[in-house]
Design a protein around this ligand. Structure first.
Ligand code: FAD
Ligand code: FES
Length: 275
């Protein structure tokens, strides 16, 4: 077992084992210690191909794992790799979720909303919130794309097509849940359109909210400018932003940059990203 810190250079690590999570989603486990705050990300280098950011979705004293949805060229190649093969890891980077006093003392009420592969970014957060008994909501397109549904006791599931759980989106029942639980904070990671709805809901009712943004990243450490969203660098200042900062980020929920650096409407960005 070896330890890694935030180095610019990747540390080569052997894949210890691979877990099939759902259709098109696999977790890659590494036997290494990592000093990780929920919401941060690591850069994963596939030599000769590319380097991409991923949240840590499994964390123990001497191991960690990432959970990867198969999308473009990079993730297709990653999904073909086997135990024993090596990947370069650097990080963790960025600012993760925060724990206001009312939450840190275990008495406050929290809600965690994960959408699609955004669920990977909230797993360690949910584990840290156990004393708060958080409401956990997960949305996915269909039953086969839901993952981690058996990892938590009381998770409320949603699918767009109604093939499992409640038909619709997690935001559909947020009002009803908030009336019951009086949330002190709502954490979210998933499609930006979903996170924007969560943000608007919280802003209207003066509830604290933290969202983990996804932008196309190249360097992961604040040099290239690829991940800029309204003057904030998602890799360095985020990827997690609170409600106050999000209110000043006018591109949030509206615009993003393609790999070329061209600014486009979020819909066009989402279509490009979804393959
Ligand atoms: C902070 C952060 C954390 C993340 N955590 C996770 C996680 O935990 N799990 C996870 O699965 N993902 C996560 N992601 C997303 C992940 O980093 C990859 O971006 C994602 O998996 C895309 O995979 P890909 O590289 O295979 O696709 P890409 O190669 O990025 O391609 C996506 C699509 O765009 C197309 N494309 C690529 N370049 C161009 C171009 N120039 N013009 C037009 N089309 C193009 C591709 O052909 C493909 O169809 C995270 C992202 C961020 C920013
Ligand atoms: S990815 Fe390069 S500045 Fe953020």
């Amino acid at each position: 077992m070896s330890e890694i810190a935030s180095f610019d250079q990747p540390v080569m690590m052997k894949i210890d084992k691979i877990i099939d999570e759902s259709d098109g989603t696999k977790s890659f486990m590494f036997k290494h210690k990592i000093d990780y705050t929920p919401g941060q990300f690591i850069m994963v280098w596939l030599p000769g191909i590319d380097e991409k950011p991923f949240a840590v979705s499994y964390l123990g004293d001497d191991f960690f794992g990432i959970t990867v949805l198969e999308r473009g060229k990079y993730t297709k190649l990653l999904h073909k790799m086997g135990a024993g093969e090596q990947l370069g890891i650097r990080g963790p980077f960025g600012h993760g979720y925060s724990f206001p006093d009312v939450i840190a003392d275990g008495k406050g009420s929290a809600c965690v909303i994960g959408g699609g592969c955004g669920m990977a970014s909230v797993t360690i957060l949910i584990e840290k919130l156990q004393a708060n008994n958080p409401t956990i909501l997960m949305g996915a397109a269909t039953s086969t794309s839901l993952f981690f549904k058996n990892r938590y006791k009381d998770i409320i599931l949603f699918t767009d097509d109604g093939s499992e759980g409640i038909k619709g989106y997690p935001t559909d029942i947020l009002e009803e849940l908030h009336n019951k639980h009086k949330y002190d904070i709502v954490y979210t990671c998933g499609p930006e359109i979903m996170m924007f709805k969560v943000y608007e809901f919280c802003k209207k009712r003066d509830i604290q909210c933290e969202a983990s943004l996804e932008r196309y990243m190249k360097c992961g450490i604040g040099i290239c400018g690829q991940c800029v969203c309204s003057r904030q660098m998602v890799c360095k200042d985020g990827p997690v932003f609170n409600l106050q900062t999000l209110s000043n980020m006018h591109d949030f929920g509206k615009f993003s940059l393609l790999k070329s650096g061209r600014k486009v409407q979020l819909q066009e960005y989402a279509e490009w990203r979804s393959c």
